[in-house]
Design a protein around this ligand. Structure first.
Ligand code: LHQ
Length: 264
């Protein structure tokens, strides 16, 4: 397998982008986020690409932000601003996913956590292996769901169920995710690859003009303030990150212990 953090393969009109840091459960570092943005930007202007699949190598889709990388950058002399980090990475990524005039499908093979789940939620459609596990995880590190998830989650499943998942960081399985409306379809894990391709091909053969304009119309009706919302989310996240809970949560995760959040 290539050592590139993002693999690209083509089957007819379907472009598959594979997150390729399997030893890290495809946790995002900046190189992976930017490779994905570049891959999507190239696909946006390539008329032979009619549908895009995002999937993960190995046993998961993505574990979200690489927390080891984050701690290093947060502890460096140029302390990383969370809002700046979001603006430079995930906000750009989910914006292009929403703006590209083609179906973008997340193929979930195992764990989708943190902003890994946010990226899947920003996609148009989600197909999940029956052994998938979804968890927001942000509350465990003192954060709010970012990468657009504070908008996409209630849009997809409603306010009460969205808040329950966001606050609890419960791990839910594919059947529960399907029941809630978080994923469109669930398939046996062993068939995920071929079923994803067949699923993507269905949308790759629809009129590209109708596909693109339908996506724009749905964006305008349900997500009219997406860009402004990402900026608001980054501001809330900066406030969440200002206190001690973020570093306590991340340190607790890396030390494999439960976090201790004090009352305030
Ligand atoms: C990891 C990670 C990871 C590094 C597993 N990083 N190593 C925005 C703004 C600013 C700051 C921070 O972030 C964000 C956006 C976000 O995405 S915040 C949310 C970040 N993600 C999480 O909080 C998820 C953390 N991971 C987990 O909860 C679990 O690892 C999941 C549910 C993903 C998987 O659980 P398991 O299947 O039980 O696997 P595991 O926990 O044993 O993990 C396997 C290995 O992967 C392990 O390393 P090790 O050396 O012990 O094998 C983990 O430390 C490592 N890993 N996630 N995000």
């Amino acid at each position: 397998m290539s050592d590139s953090v993002l693999l690209q393969t083509r089957q007819g009109g379907v472009l598959t982008l594979t997150l390729n840091r399997p030893e890290k459960l495809n946790a995002f570092n900046d190189a992976l986020v930017h490779a994905l943005i570049d891959g999507l930007q190239a696909a946006a202007t390539d008329s032979s690409v009619r549908a895009i699949v995002i999937r993960g190598a190995g046993r998961g889709f993505s574990a979200g932000q690489d927390l080891e990388v984050f701690v290093e950058r947060r502890n460096s002399p140029n302390k990383l601003s969370v809002a700046e980090h979001l603006r430079d990475t995930y906000n750009k990524l989910v914006t292009i996913i929403r703006e590209i005039d083609k179906p973008v499908i997340a193929s979930l093979n195992g764990i989708a956590a943190g902003v890994g789940l946010s990226v899947a939620l920003a996609c148009d459609l989600r197909i999940a292996a029956d052994n998938s596990v979804l968890t927001l995880g942000f509350s465990k590190i003192g954060l709010i769901p970012d990468g657009g998830a504070s908008l996409m989650l209630p849009a997809l499943i409603g306010l009460g169920r969205g808040l329950e998942l966001a606050w609890s960081s419960d791990r839910i399985d594919a059947a529960e995710a399907h029941r809630l409306g978080l994923v469109n379809t669930v398939v046996p894990a062993a068939e995920l690859e071929e079923r994803t391709l067949a699923y993507a091909e269905r949308f790759a053969s629809v009129s590209p003009v109708a596909v693109g304009l339908t996506k724009r119309a749905f964006n305008a009706s349900v997500l009219p303030n997406f860009t402004a919302w990402l900026e608001a989310e980054a501001t809330f996240q900066e406030e969440a990150a200002a206190g001690p809970d973020l570093m306590e949560g991340v340190t607790a995760f890396l030390q494999k212990r439960a976090p201790a959040f004090a009352a305030r």
